[in-house]
Write a protein that binds this ligand. Structure first.
Ligand code: ADP
Ligand code: ZN
Length: 731
C-alpha cells in the first residue's frame, strides 16, 4: 500500500502520512513527483500540502490514516533543490515545515490556484504575408523592415520587436492589411545570448575589473564579499557579472533590502539589459506575484530582483546570486519564520553550485569574519568610482551649545552655507514623529502606552500620541491627565520637529521630510527622490530610509543630529549597527563632482567608538569591535538562539521557560534565563526569553530540537505563545 508523505501548512513541526486518492493505481502513485500540491483532510478542514515523498509503509494505525482528496499538479511546482532548501531552512530555524513551504510559494498557489503554463505573444507572417514579393511595401519603411525581419526569423516577441524599434502601431498596420498575425506561444526560456545589452557597459576601473574577473574565473559555488566604500561602483560590478551570467544562458537572483529601492535599482537594470526582469516584493498583488514567480520559474526572466522573500523564488537555471547591502537588518525576518535571507541565499548558491556575491560598504561582522578567515573571497573596492573623494568627517561637540530644537549654531551656519552655494543638505535623525516624550512640567507625568512598556511618541500635525511598538494611539491632550496642568513639554526631537525647525530657520528653502509617515502612500518615495534628483537646493530631513543605497548627486553636506543613542544600546550589536548607519548616511555626501562633508553632533566627542569611526575607516572600526566580540565570546565567535515566550502574564511565560530549561540537555550549551524580554510588556502581552549559547552549532541545534518538542507538548503551550529565533539579530 503506497503512502504519501506531505508537508502541511500547520504549526506542527513534522510531516504527515496519507493514503493516495482511491482511484489512483499504485504505479501512478509511485510515479508522483515530490513537489506537487495535494489536497488532504486535516482535522475537519481540507488543506493543501506539498508532496515530500512516496513510501511503501507507515507506522500510523491503518484504521486512523486518512486519504488525500486531490492531486493538484502533474508537474512539481518546486524543484528538488528548492524542496530541500525549504526543508533545510525549516530544520535550521526550527520552524514548522508546512509554514516554511508557505513562505516559498506564492499565495495563489497556496490557495490551490491551477498553475497554467504561461504563453507569450509572438508576431508572424500570414500565408498572404509569406506570398509577398521581396521589397514590398517600400513606401512604409518600418512596415517593410518588420516584414523583412519576420521573413528572416520566423517569429518575434515583444522584447525582440522593441529591440528592433518596431512599434505597436507598425504591427497593427500590418495586421490590418492581413499580412501578419499575432499568435500565443508557450513561454520558453529567453535567449539571452543574442542581445542582452541595451546600453554599453562602463569601462571598469582597476579594482572593479579585478572583482569581475575573479568572480568570472570561477563559475562553481564560491561566496564573495565585495567590500566597496559608498559610491565605489558596486552596482556596476553587479551589472557586469549579470551580463556574463545572461550570456551563459543563466538567470541572476538579486536581493536588495528595501522595497523603496526597487524602482531605482530596476531602472538601472532596465537601462542596461534587454532581457525580461521580474521584481518580487511586498508591494505586489497576489496576481502580480504569481506572474513574476512563473516568469522566473519558466526561465523566461533573466533577472529576478526582489526583497527578502524572493530568496525562495523558483528558477529554471540559476547562475548567480547577489545580495546588495548584505549587512541590512531587513534580510532577517523578525516574526513568524525568522530566517535570514542572506544565509539561506548562501545555502541556495551552494546547492545550485553558482557564485554568490555579498556587497556592502559596511559588511556585517559575521560576513567580515568569514572573509577574514578565508571562507569567503574578499574583494575590496577602496575608492569612489566617479573619482570623487571620500566625504570628510567633522565631529561637533555640542556640550554647552545653545541648541535650537536639536540644531547647534555651528550646524545651522554650516547648513546655511551649503544652501547659499546652491547645494543640497541631508539631515539625519533616527526617530519619526515630533517628539519621543510628552511630559507635564508641573507634576512630571509622562505619557505611556497603555499596552507596552514604552512611551508614546507625539505626532504633532496629526494631534496624536502614537505608540511605535503596537500602533495604538490617543488624542494629543491639552492638559495633563494627572494634574490638569497646562505646561506640557515635548522632550527630544523626531523628524517632524526637525522639519519644523528647519522651516523656521530656512524659510525660503525647500524642506523635504522622508520617513515612514511621509512615504506610506504608493509612489510617494519615488516622487520625493525624483524631485531631489532635479538638483534644486533643498534640505532633506529623514530617518535611516535616507541612508540606504540612494544616489543623490547634489548632496554636499550630511548632518547627523544625534550620534549618541547608539553608544549606549543594551544590544551587543549596538556599536555595529551604529557604525553601519553612520557610514551609510555619510556615504550620501559628495558622490559626484561636488566634494562632501559629514557633520556629526555629539556629547561624546572623545568616545573611542566615535573617534575610531571618524578617524579610521569602517573596516578598522569593524575589526576593533570584532575583536571585542571574540574576547566576550559573542557571535560570530559563538552561536546564539532565543526561545521567546509571551502570555497574558509574565509568570506563565516564565514558568514555561523554567520547565523547559530544566528538562533539556545542556551539554555543549549555556542557557541563560528565563529573563524578562527587553520590552517586557508589548501590545498587552508579557514576554520572557531564554538565551542559549554554544561554541558549536551541533549542540545548539540538538538542544533547540529538544526544546521544541518539549514545548509543543507542554501543558502551558495553549496559554503561552512561544517561538524560536536562531541567530537572532535583535535581542
Ligand atoms: P555603490 O553601489 O558602490 O554605492 P554605484 O554603483 O552607485 O556605487 O556607483 C556610484 C557612481 O559611480 C554611479 O554614478 C556610477 O554610474 C558611477 N560609476 C560606477 N562605476 C564606474 C566606472 N567604472 N566608471 C565611471 N563611473 C562609474
Ligand atoms: Zn504600545
Amino acid at each position: 500500500m503506497p503512502i504519501l508523505t506531505l508537508a502541511m501548512p500547520t504549526p506542527l513541526r513534522r510531516s504527515f502520512d496519507y493514503l493516495p486518492p482511491e482511484a489512483m493505481d499504485d504505479e501512478t502513485v509511485a510515479a508522483l513527483p515530490a513537489g506537487v500540491r495535494i489536497e488532504a483532510p486535516f482535522g475537519n478542514r481540507k488543506l493543501i500540502g506539498i508532496l515530500l515523498a512516496t513510501k511503501a509503509s507507515t507506522d500510523i494505525d491503518p484504521s486512523k490514516i486518512k486519504r488525500v482528496t486531490k492531486v493538484l499538479d502533474q508537474h512539481p511546482i518546486l524543484t528538488d533543490k528548492l524542496l530541500s532548501l525549504s526543508q533545510w531552512a525549516a530544520s535550521y530555524y526550527q520552524h514548522p515545515l508546512g509554514d516554511a513551504f508557505a513562505n516559498a510559494i506564492p499565495n495563489l498557489l497556496r490557495k490551490g490556484e491551477a498553475l497554467i503554463p504561461q504563453t507569450q505573444s509572438h508576431w508572424q507572417l500570414t500565408t498572404e504575408g509569406k506570398g509577398l514579393p521581396e521589397g514590398a511595401l517600400k513606401r512604409a519603411a518600418k512596415q517593410a523592415q518588420l516584414l523583412g525581419l519576420l521573413q528572416q526569423q520566423g517569429r518575434l516577441n515583444r522584447v525582440q520587436l522593441d529591440n528592433a524599434a518596431i512599434s505597436q502601431a507598425t504591427c497593427k498596420a500590418l495586421i490590418e492589411k492581413g499580412l501578419i498575425e499575432r499568435v500565443e506561444v508557450l513561454a520558453e526560456p529567453y535567449d539571452h545570448q543574442q542581445d542582452c545589452l541595451k546600453s554599453p557597459h562602463l569601462k571598469l576601473n582597476h579594482e572593479q575589473k579585478r572583482a569581475v574577473d575573479t568572480i568570472h574565473a570561477n563559475t562553481g559555488f564560491q561566496c564573495y564579499l565585495l567590500e566597496g566604500v559608498t559610491g565605489s561602483g558596486k552596482t556596476e560590478v553587479y551589472l557586469q557579472l549579470i551580463e556574463q551570467c545572461l550570456k551563459r544562458q543563466q538567470q541572476a537572483l538579486v536581493l536588495i533590502p528595501e522595497i523603496g529601492l526597487t524602482p531605482q535599482t530596476l531602472s538601472r537594470f532596465n537601462n542596461r539589459f534587454n532581457c525580461p526582469i521580474v521584481t518580487l516584493h511586498s508591494g505586489l498583488t497576489d496576481r502580480e506575484r504569481l506572474l513574476a514567480w512563473q516568469h522566473a520559474q519558466s526561465g523566461e526572466a533573466g533577472i529576478i530582483l526582489g526583497t527578502r522573500s524572493a530568496v525562495f523564488t523558483a528558477t529554471a537555471n540559476l547562475g548567480l546570486v547577489i545580495i546588495d547591502e548584505e549587512h541590512d537588518s531587513s534580510f532577517k525576518q523578525q516574526d513568524g519564520f525568522r530566517y535570514s535571507a542572506r544565509d539561506i541565499a548562501i545555502k541556495r548558491a551552494a546547492d545550485e553550485q553558482c557564485p554568490i556575491v555579498l556587497g556592502s560598504a559596511t559588511p556585517s561582522l559575521e560576513t567580515l569574519n568569514n572573509a577574514l578567515q578565508g571562507r569567503y573571497h574578499h574583494l575590496p573596492l577602496k575608492s569612489r568610482a566617479t573619482g570623487a573623494s571620500a566625504p570628510a568627517f567633522e565631529l561637533l561637540d555640542i556640550r554647552h551649545a545653545p541648541m535650537e530644537d536639536g540644531f547647534s549654531p555651528a550646524l545651522i551656519s554650516a547648513i546655511g552655507n551649503e544652501i547659499k552655494r546652491g547645494n543640497q543638505v541631508l539631515v539625519f535623525i533616527n526617530r519619526r514623529g515630533f517628539s519621543p516624550m510628552l511630559m507635564c512640567h508641573d507634576c512630571g507625568y509622562v505619557a505611556q502606552c497603555q499596552l507596552c512598556d514604552a512611551r508614546m511618541t507625539v505626532h504633532f500635525q496629526q494631534r496624536l500620541l502614537r505608540c511605535h511598538h503596537c500602533e495604538s494611539q490617543a488624542a494629543l491632550p491639552h492638559q495633563c491627565p494627572e494634574c490638569n496642568g497646562t505646561q506640557l513639554d515635548f522632550r527630544g526631537s523626531g523628524t517632524e520637529r526637525s522639519e519644523q525647525a528647519l522651516k523656521r530657520l530656512f524659510p525660503s528653502t525647500d524642506i523635504k521630510r522622508i520617513d515612514r509617515d511621509t512615504t506610506s502612500r504608493k509612489q510617494a518615495m519615488q516622487q520625493l527622490v525624483a524631485e531631489v534628483h532635479k538638483g534644486e537646493p533643498c534640505i532633506l530631513v529623514g530617518t535611516q530610509m535616507l541612508a540606504k543605497g540612494h544616489h543623490f548627486p547634489d548632496v554636499t553636506l550630511v548632518a547627523v543630529l544625534d550620534a549618541d543613542g547608539g553608544l549606549f544600546s543594551a544590544d551587543f550589536r549596538g556599536p555595529e549597527k551604529m557604525g553601519q548607519l553612520l557610514v551609510q548616511v555619510a556615504g550620501r555626501a559628495g558622490r559626484e563632482a561636488k566634494a562632501g562633508k559629514v557633520i556629526i553632533q555629539t556629547h561624546q566627542p572623545e568616545h573611542p567608538l566615535i573617534t575610531s569611526l571618524v578617524n579610521d575607516s569602517y573596516h578598522h572600526y569593524a575589526r576593533a569591535i570584532l575583536s571585542e566580540r571574540q574576547a566576550s565570546g559573542l557571535p560570530p565567535f559563538a552561536h546564539l538562539a532565543l526561545l521567546r515566550a509571551e502570555a497574558n502574564n509574565l509568570e506563565q511565560a516564565e514558568a514555561l521557560l523554567q520547565d523547559l530549561r530544566g528538562w533539556v540537555d545542556h551539554s555543549g550549551c549555556q542557557v541563560f534565563g528565563p529573563l524578562p524580554a527587553p520590552m517586557t510588556r508589548k501590545a498587552g502581552r508579557f514576554r520572557a526569553q531564554l538565551l542559549i549559547r554554544a561554541d558549536q552549532r551541533k549542540p545548539l541545534h540538538r538542544t533547540l530540537q529538544q526544546l521544541c518538542s518539549l514545548a509543543e507538548q507542554h501543558p502551558l503551550a495553549n496559554k503561552v505563545r512561544w517561538s524560536i529565533d536562531v541567530d537572532p539579530s535583535d535581542m
